[in-house]
Design a binder for this molecule. Structure first.
Ligand code: GAL
Length: 958
């Protein structure tokens, strides 16, 4: 086995489309025999693959599931690196320590396949040599690419031996350095597929839609060994298609992500019938704007890797459907298959459910960046055939899917002529789709200008650029790039608590027609494990790894919806709703559909009495892109002072991805007033306060301690990285630590018991520092178990860094049970991450107080809060905001079973140990979260420079 050469695989038939065909197939998935060796040099040549009947297996063989990664089946371990190769950069040589898996399967095929057949492998990582009955069929390269070997005349009816030797690392590994787990094995389906005489080998349907007259065409190419008939019953097409060519089908309903209309077609040859789902649509670029069916569209996209926490990149129909349904339910309309072709069945689902697909080739050479891109295969002509082979396998397999609108050459493979060659081949073969590649910013051979994690300013300037004339000395390449629409193939890095900044990007996408939207990085957190116990890089003893950088997603490893996805659904909503004083403004953000598919309902809420009334809001017809302002209906206008008016857009009918009533958009207006201050007040009893700290120790029967002034948070992933806009500074987590936000101490400066109040002044400062926050606390007893505290906080000295928050921390001596509040919810919110949903009364149980981030960090703040009841095993504390000098008079409340210290020092969620107490923070201000793990940090307007604050709280045991 030669796994140190620069070429593509050998021996396979030319790539072709994945067809839904009547030709018999036989799955060879199941339990195979397996043996692992440490390296190629010691992999036994003992006749295991010869088909010799006398050969018997030794005790180094076991059973293994196919498809599976052997490292998840008890043989060796997974390993995670982001960009670094886990072996020396010495292309095309893999390391000597290179696990080699030998697979054997004996099977009967019967008479079905004697006429002609191929043996199909949909994915083997990273290189394999394949023998059937002792005969070498060839080698595979391209872990996520299909290889079909002709077994006609080689297959027996009974007792076939299929033997596959798989190398974990090979020359191919240099082209497959995606940011993900290294997980070898036969991890996609293996099948025997009949290729009957009088059958169809390949089909290419290039569909088109002419918006001007509503007609469709299909340009057909068929490779068959008999005459072929095309039928599209719904369009009355029934004709001889043996020679292919352009076929007009008359007026059709076009395909789009909004209305994924498909027409079933059949191609009937003598001995085989192929069924196709045709979608008529056109994707094009005009005046730097991306158009589908003649209308500008925006990608409201996500990047999707294939991942299952137990099975790795082994995809199942259930997971695929689950992912796509969740995307559609959260207003996502596009998916980039980062960074390789997905399981082939995914595309039938994107066609059916309606998602634009950027289909990416299995290519990334990112590790060469570490050595300044020296030796990069992209620029080495000896690798050219390998590059072309990868692209051809990518395009051929999925070329019949309407949802695929862009071919992507790969990801982060630097620059070089091999990429240009891929683009040239693709353009010649399939001019109906656009070509994407981000890694070469010159963009000379692509059809979209693409970048990842570009800052807000840069995205704006790219949007604006085309409004002014090109510079007189612009080169041809620059002029070409100006003619292209712009997309962010990756933005808003959804790692840990985040991503912040979705709103600002969306506003830019909405403002400039050249900006075709983007794809959030990324969909799934790649934790390995189950039931909340997930591993990341380093957990398998890897000496080279990138820790929890593999845990970045809008959904958790088991598809738990993270707050970032809730926020994204809001910004990606097709209906933007703004509740005005006496009317509702609704913007239709569909590219094609009117608002007839949605119903709008209003709800009027009073803080004390709950829902007052609700009803339907009639919008009348609103075409795509239009805005209407609908006056409040009479019933709503007649209501006296509702404190909250919410308007929701819901699906009017069942769809393939959600039932009628599913909420796709929401807007609200809040007129809440401050709660009334109690009038009667006396000084509180001194036995409720700690003699040293003068903090409250009891309230009625509640044992507690607080408040302490709090300005730190348990660093989020984003706090632990410097934003791309300030890479010369250490990350916030470090700056906070240096300044000492995580180790403040409080001294009582003065205290005085008056008749009506206890007055305490304090100084809170980091150990070893002289800047502080001075506090004044005025305590009054207003009822038996009720106190008010009037708090004034003032920063003193020069704080060298912004704060994480400014708030009051309490610890209740009993475990949390539940939190009820009046404010935004039910999810958490941070200033630049509006995942909170809507304003009202919400209740969450103890287990929903926080987000179970695989790596613990700050989470769970509920914002816009006016009143909160913290239910614990030891009683309930109700906190009411009587006044606050915050923009809307509300505070943020965070309740956690863990202290911030514990959160910041524990590696995995499942290792967190609760201390049986309730950690409560009432924050006047919070810093945003940003996306510094990849991209811009917290925008200046969401940062929290040292500042004063005032709040008056009513604390009651209830
Ligand atoms: C990008 C890359 C992704 C991922 C991301 C960070 O540069 O394309 O694959 O690594 O950074 O999570």
């Amino acid at each position: 086995m030669n796994i140190a050469r620069k070429g593509p695989g050998t021996g396979a038939r030319p790539p072709r489309a994945r067809l839904h065909s009547s030709a018999p197939r036989q799955s060879l998935n199941g339990t195979w025999r397996f043996r692992l060796s440490r390296g190629l040099a010691v992999a036994p040549e003992d006749g295991w693959n010869t088909g010799d009947a006398a050969w018997t297996e030794g005790d180094d063989w076991t059973g293994i599931t196919v498809p599976a990664h052997w490292v998840l089946e008890g043989h060796g371990k997974p390993a995670y690196t982001n960009t670094r190769f886990p072996f020396p950069i010495d292309p095309p040589n893999p390391p000597d320590e290179n696990p080699i898996g030998d697979y054997r399967l004996t099977f009967d095929a019967g008479a079905t396949f004697t006429d002609g057949a191929v043996l199909r492998f949909d994915g083997i990582e990273s290189a394999a040599e394949v023998w059937l009955n002792g005969e070498l069929l060839g080698e595979t390269r391209g872990s996520r690419l299909t290889h079909e070997f002709d077994v006609t005349g080689r297959l027996r009816e009974n007792g076939n031996l299929l033997a596959v030797r798989v190398a974990q690392f090979s020359d191919a590994s240099y082209l497959e350095d995606q940011d993900m787990w290294w997980m070898p094995g036969i991890f996609r389906d293996v099948e025997l597929v009949a290729t009957p005489a009088g059958g169809i080998w390949d089909v290419f349907t290039v569909t088109d839609y002419e918006a001007a007259d509503g007609t469709g065409t299909v340009d057909l190419f068929v490779e068959a060994s008999s005459a072929v008939r095309l039928r599209i019953p719904e369009l009355d097409v029934d004709l001889d298609a043996t020679d292919g060519g352009v076929i007009g089908v008359g007026v059709v309903e076009p395909w789009s992500a909004e209305n994924p209309r498909l027409y079933t077609a059949t191609l009937e040859a003598e001995n085989e019938t192929v069924t196709l789902e045709l979608g008529f649509r056109r994707i094009e670029v005009r005046d730097s704007v991306l158009l589908v069916n003649g209308e500008p569209i925006q990608f409201r996209g996500v990047n999707r890797h294939e991942h299952d926490p137990l099975r790795g990149r082994v995809a199942s129909p259930e997971r695929m459907r689950q992912d796509l349904l969740l995307m559609k339910q959260h207003n996502v309309n596009a998916v980039r298959t980062s960074h390789y072709p997905p399981h082939p069945d995914l595309l039938a689902l994107t066609d059916e459910l309606g998602l634009y697909v950027v289909l990416e080739c299995d290519l990334e050479t990112h590790g060469f960046e570490e050595i300044g891109w020296r030796l990069n295969p992209s620029a080495d002509p000896q690798w050219r055939d390998a590059y072309l082979d990868r692209m051809q396998r990518t395009v051929h397999r999925d070329k019949n899917h309407a949802s695929v609108v862009i071919w992507s050459l790969g990801n982060e493979a630097g620059t070089g002529t091999n990429l240009e060659a891929m683009a040239a081949w693709t353009r010649a073969f399939d001019p109906s789709r656009l070509i994407h590649y981000e890694g070469d910013w010159s963009s000379t051979y692509v059809d979209v200008y693409s970048r990842m994690y570009a800052s807000f300013e840069e995205v704006r300037s790219i949007g604006e650029e085309i409004a002014s004339p090109a510079p007189f000395d612009a080169t041809a390449a620059q002029l070409h790039r100006r003619s292209l629409p712009f997309m962010q193939c990756e933005y808003a890095h959804a790692m840990g608590n985040g991503p912040g900044g979705l709103q600002e990007y969306q506003e830019l996408f909405d403002q400039y027609p050249r900006l075709a939207g983007g794809f959030v990085w990324e969909w799934i957190e790649h934790g390995l494990g189950s039931d909340g116990v997930y591993s990341y890089g380093g957990d398998f003893g890897e000496d080279v790894h990138d820790s929890n950088f593999v845990i970045d997603g809008l959904v958790g490893p088991d598809r738990e919806v993270r707050p970032g996805l809730v926020a994204l659904a809001h910004w990606y909503s097709p209906a933007r709703i703004t509740v005005l004083d006496d009317a509702v403004r609704i913007e239709n953000r569909y590219a094609f559909a009117d608002l007839g598919g949605l119903t709008f309902t209003w709800t009027a809420i009073s803080a004390q009495d709950g829902e007052l009334d609700s009803g339907e809001l009639k919008t009348g017809p609103v075409a795509a892109g239009e805005v209407v302002v609908v006056p409040f209906p009479d019933e709503l206008a007649a209501l006296e002072l509702p404190e909250i008016v919410t308007v929701e857009a819901r699906l009017a009918h069942d769809t393939a991805w959600a039932g009628a009533g599913h909420v796709v958009g929401r807007g609200e207006r809040v007129w809440l007033n401050q709660a009334e201050e109690p009038v009667e007040a006396v000084a509180p009893a001194d036995d409720s306060f700690d003699a040293v700290s003068l903090r409250l120790r009891s309230l009625g029967g509640l044992r507690l301690d607080g408040p302490e002034v709090g300005i730190w948070r348990a660093p989020t992933d984003n706090d632990r990285y410097p934003g791309w806009d300030e890479r010369d500074l250490p990350p916030y987590a470090e700056r906070w630590h240096v300044a000492g936000l995580d180790r403040t101490r409080t001294r009582v400066v003065s205290s005085a018991w008056g008749e009506d109040a206890l007055r305490v002044t304090t100084r809170t400062a980091p150990a070893g520092r002289d800047f502080s926050v001075d506090g004044e606390f005025v305590w009054r007893r207003v009822a038996d178990k009720a106190l008010t505290v009037e708090v004034t906080l003032t920063p003193i000295g020069t704080w060298p860094v912004e704060w994480a928050r400014l708030g009051l921390d309490f610890v209740i001596d009993a475990a949390p049970r539940e939190l009820s509040w009046l404010g935004r919810g039910p999810g958490p919110s941070y200033p630049d991450l509006a995942a909170g949903g809507f304003t009202g009364r919400h209740t969450v149980a103890a287990g929903e107080l926080y987000t179970p981030h695989v790596k613990p960090q700050e989470s769970g703040a509920r914002a816009g809060v006016r009143e909160a009841s913290v239910v614990t095993d030891g009683g309930t504390l109700r906190v009411t905001v009587l006044s606050a000098d915050t923009p809307d008079g509300s505070v943020a409340v965070t309740v956690s079973p863990w202290s911030r210290k514990v959160l910041s020092t524990t590696a995995h969620h499942h290792e967190l140990e609760a201390d049986g107490r309730t950690h409560l923070s009432v924050d006047l201000f919070q810093s945003g979260v940003g996306t510094a793990t990849c991209g811009p940090g917290v925008l200046p307007r969401y940062r929290l420079a040292a500042r004063p604050g005032r709040v008056t709280l009513l604390l009651e045991e209830v």
